[in-house]
Design a protein around this ligand. Sequence first.
Ligand code: AKG
Ligand code: FE2
Length: 213
Amino acid sequence: MIWPNHSTCIYQSYLLYVNSNILSYREIIEEYSNAIRKVATELFQSFSLIMRMDKESLLGLHKQLVQAYRVNYYPPCSKPDQVLGVSPHSDTSTITILMQEDDVCGLQIKHNNEWVPVNPIPDALVVNVGDVFEIWSNGKYKSVEHRAVANYNKARISYASFLFPHDEVEIEPLSHMVDSKTKQQLYKKVRYGEYLRSSMNEKNGGQSTYPDG
Ligand SMILES: O=C(O)CCC(=O)C(=O)O
Ligand SMILES: [Fe+2]
């Protein structure tokens, strides 16, 4: 059935940003990005300690902490059970920080082979573990498979911030996350830029919107 492609709205949003003399729009995006960076920095520091590393280790592994931002718009849909807002995928980022609306559901994660809604908690952000985290942790922390569904009478907007390493960084399981007995390393070493390109081709037939899978 015909249903507006949500990525159109991302594109429009981007054009608005680059062409805009509306200073407040730029300022809001910049302020939001800076705030998200602070949250991400604190998260990486805590995750480093949880993973028995120095506080700054995960940040250091990124060489440069790259950040991208996407706005997803899901218009109301007369047949929500026949369409998907966003098809099932995992994010190719290290983590994704998602702000969703307080009163509209849409995000679902795959858990025990079932789709489970991630219902919004007012004023809370959702943090998804992405592919890079899964690789560094040798599969201990899984990159969550997720999708977004449409609603019959309500539009929904979500704001996704992707945090990921510089293209040149080689990613592979951290040695201390590999079982010392089995020594089984579940992922091969790969340059992040290469990983990104090949997963775009594999996961979405090359149609993916950078940097998400
Ligand atoms: O809209 C959502 O809740 C999910 C969006 C998403 O998965 C993405 O942008 O990668
Ligand atoms: Fe996603």
